[in-house]
Design a protein around this ligand. Structure first.
Ligand SMILES: Cc1cc2nc3c(=O)[nH]c(=O)nc-3n(C[C@H](O)[C@H](O)[C@H](O)COP(=O)(O)OP(=O)(O)OC[C@H]3O[C@@H](n4cnc5c(N)ncnc54)[C@H](O)[C@@H]3O)c2cc1C
Length: 389
């Protein structure tokens, strides 16, 4: 119960990885919080993701830079104990299946090196030694060190437990309340109730834009994925995840390589299974799978690793990413009020960036220096902007 005269808690809207991390870092550093969730923790993208903590897959520029910090934080938190047993280091291999893709890969290698990542070029003969299960059709590969994997919903559960938080489930927030006298945020509305807040952080994934008055600057982008049966031998022979160059291209904001954004990732899970993803389907909000996508992903994966043809697919699922019009998430204070913050629009990168975002947003809320340059992610860049539905 709140003591009389003490300020109301900071309200965080959304218990995906970003909201859970923000709530946990605030709480662990002494700020009272309430974490409101429309459904249950990790109900949306966080619960339907692969868990690549990857710099290799990022676009050059601010995303690559922030992803390096995001991956470094995972390593630190794993060493310190908060993420112990949940973050697993491993390299990523970007695979070029033809000469055109090899050129894309060479340019990407330069960008990664410039951003400070450790990379190693594998020519055809090197691929045979390092990745014997990869098709002999592959012409080149790039090994990127310092990467890893974490399951989004496990991270959410750990953050909530470590901070001793109670998630207020089935509590959809319908609006932000402002104090008419000073224009600052005074609380959030849920159903008939208004919950008072000293500050509000909107970390509501696809629901964030509407709450902060930017309903049209993001789009849903569906990703379909498959999981194979266990194959410990084949799985154990793959030292990291494989990403096709077409996957790199499908992540570009301008899209256009393939209308359904086919690009393949083959992730050797610690269970001995393989996770194979994923499509990037603009505007799709249904979490269903379809045979065409499943068959195409399976075929692309088999082209890259022919022995996958022996395995049964035991599960298919889909999740919805929230993609901003310029491909960069929005992280920071809203121009409307100095105690209203937003952290959303992480598209396919929020597992990697979620804990770091939680930490920097907690710092902003507490009036501390976030320690990294957030200017590229400033939500103010969308002032007055809308993209076509
Ligand atoms: C197929 C797929 C594969 C992916 N693979 C990777 C990967 O390998 N690596 C990586 O880094 N990222 C990956 N991602 C992206 C990653 O999952 C997301 O970027 C990340 O989970 C976004 O986290 P979030 O907390 O911002 O949003 P979400 O996880 O969507 O959480 C938002 C939460 O807010 C709640 N909410 C919404 N509206 C309201 C409201 N009005 N009131 C209260 N609560 C509300 C929702 O119920 C939800 O629980 C993948 C995503 C998909 C779909």
């Amino acid at each position: 119960m709140r003591k009389e005269n003490s300020p109301p808690p900071v309200v965080i809207v959304g218990a995906g990885i970003v909201g859970a991390a923000t709530a946990a870092f605030l709480s662990l550093s002494g700020t009272s919080v309430r974490l409101l969730e429309a459904a249950v923790p990790a109900a949306e993208a966080t619960g339907a993701a692969d868990g690549a903590v990857s710099v290799a897959s990022k676009r050059p520029g601010p995303m690559m830079t922030i992803a390096r910090a995001g991956a470094a934080l995972y390593r630190t938190l794993a060493d310190e104990g908060l993420f112990a047993g949940l973050f697993h280091s491993r390299p990523t291999f970007l695979i070029a299946m033809n000469e055109g893709e090899a050129q894309v890969l060479a340019a990407h290698a330069d960008a990664l090196t410039e951003a400070g990542a450790a990379v190693r070029w594998l020519a055809r003969a090197d691929i045979g030694r390092r990745l014997p299960s990869v098709s002999t059709v592959a012409v080149a590969a790039l090994e990127v060190e310092g990467e890893g994997h974490a399951v989004g919903y496990d991270i959410v559960a750990r953050l909530i437990a470590a901070a001793g938080l109670t998630v207020e489930r089935n509590t959809p927030v319908s609006g932000i309340e402002f104090d008419r006298a000073d224009g600052r945020v005074s609380g959030v509305r849920t159903g008939e109730r208004v919950i008072p807040a000293s500050a509000v952080v909107v970390a509501a994934g696809g629901g964030a834009g509407r709450l902060v008055g930017l309903p049209d600057v993001s789009r849903p982008r569906r990703g379909q994925q498959l999981v194979t049966e266990r194959a410990p031998g084949l799985n154990g022979a793959l030292p990291g995840s494989l990403l096709s160059c077409s996957y790199l291209l499908s992540k570009k904001a301008e899209h256009g390589v393939d209308p359904r954004g086919y690009g393949v990732v083959i992730d050797p899970l610690r269970t001995g299974q393989f996770l194979i993803g994923s499509t990037r389907e603009e505007g799709e909000t249904s979490r269903e799978n379809d045979i065409e996508a499943v068959a195409r992903l399976a075929a692309s994966a088999r082209e890259m690793v022919p022995d996958l043809a022996r395995l049964r697919i035991i599960r298919c699922f889909a999740g919805i990413r929230t993609a901003m019009s310029d491909g960069l998430p929005m992280i920071g204070r809203m121009p409307a009020a100095d105690n209203l913050f937003v952290a959303a629009g992480f598209e396919g990168d929020g597992i990697c960036l979620g804990p770091l975002t939680g930490r920097v947003v907690a710092a902003l809320v507490q009036g501390r220096d976030p320690g990294i340059d957030l200017s590229a992610f400033d939500p103010a860049r969308f002032a007055g902007e809308r993209i076509a539905a």
